[in-house]
Design a protein around this ligand. Structure first.
Ligand code: NDP
Length: 280
């Protein structure tokens, strides 16, 4: 079997266009969604991500503010900027680009963002709301994974989904979202005894590990849907996922590429969350 490729880039583009149409309508009343992005330090990958977010905001017609703070910014300075943005009526979403420099307390920073402006969905209240099934802003990457599965018309009900990775930003929330879609979910991690055996049972695989080409074709059940969240840069500069694309595509029915799969969806979902925060 050779898998069909899930074109996240194209799907994300369409979503962003539909968000723009909605924003254009809202503009009639003189108000638009506003997103503030805070970047501390000069991490090259973070700078690229923030640039993409800023561009997407502009294209969607959002009000956008980007705060580029020095590497040695203090915890107090960062918290006071968040307080200011929490109280700014033109800002509906606040995103602090992670990772933060080591001297800053990431948890305290995330917890300071108002729950209703938490467009990344990383605040413990957002995580708790997702867990108990209450309305909240859902983390962008997991939300994007589910959206991709829906876009191919795949019904998750009763299917066996295996998530590899249990981080708070991808693995755990995507597992809850799959459960909400009535999939039977197994969460694997570095202490899982026989990962291959778990994966060979999976109708749906979500790989969020952070290890290049880790999941290979011999671990994929024929016909499975494979969602590769991983973004890994090899020494030769090439970007690859956590799934070895060529061998997995021989077994899967659908597969996301890296780049061009989950990555673009993360930004589209950020736009959607900011719009949701604006409307609520
Ligand atoms: P983390 O490092 O926080 O988590 C990685 C998870 O993988 C952990 O739960 C870890 O298990 C598990 N793991 C590590 N090694 C193994 C192994 N040998 N077998 C099974 N499980 C293993 O990463 P993130 O969740 O933050 O990110 C995962 C990947 O997704 C990265 O490549 C990241 O760059 C990418 N990413 C992509 C985004 C996008 O927009 N496309 C957004 C966010 C992340 P344990 O808990 O036991 O240590």
């Amino acid at each position: 079997m050779t898998a069909k490729v899930i074109d996240g880039k194209e799907i994300a583009k369409k979503l962003r266009e539909s968000i723009k149409v909605e924003v254009d309508k809202l503009k009639v009343n003189g108000k638009v969604p506003g997103l503030a992005v805070i970047l501390v330090g000069i991490d090259p990958a973070s700078q690229v991500y923030v640039g993409h977010k800023e561009k997407a905001c502009k294209e969607a017609g959002f009000h956008s503010e980007v705060y580029k703070l020095a590497e040695n910014t203090s915890q107090e300075e960062l918290l006071s900027l968040i307080d200011k943005l929490n109280n700014d009526p033109n800002i509906h979403g606040i995103l602090v680009q992670l990772p933060l420099p080591k001297h800053l307390d990431e948890k305290e920073v995330i917890n300071r963002i108002s729950f209703n402006k938490d467009v990344d969905g990383f605040h413990p209240l957002s995580a708790g709301a997702l867990f108990v099934g209450e309305k909240s802003l859902v983390p962008c990457t997991p939300k994007g994974c589910i959206q991709l599965i829906k876009e191919i018309g795949y019904d998750l009900k009763g299917k066996k989904a295996v998530v590899v990775g249990r981080s708070n930003i991808v693995g755990k929330p995507v597992s809850i979202l799959l459960l909400n879609e009535n999939a039977t979910v197994t969460i694997c991690h570095s202490r899982t005894k026989d990962l291959k055996a778990e994966l060979l049972e999976a109708d749906v695989v979500v790989a969020a590990i952070g290890r290049p080409n880790f999941v290979t074709g011999d671990m994929i059940k024929p016909g499975a849907v494979v969602i590769d969240v991983g973004i890994n840069r090899l020494d030769n500069g090439k970007l690859v996922g956590d799934v070895e694309f060529e061998s997995a595509a021989e077994k899967a029915s659908w597969i996301t590429p890296v780049p061009g799969g989950v990555g673009p969806m993360t930004i589209a979902m950020l736009m959607q969350n900011t719009l949701e925060a604006f409307k609520s």
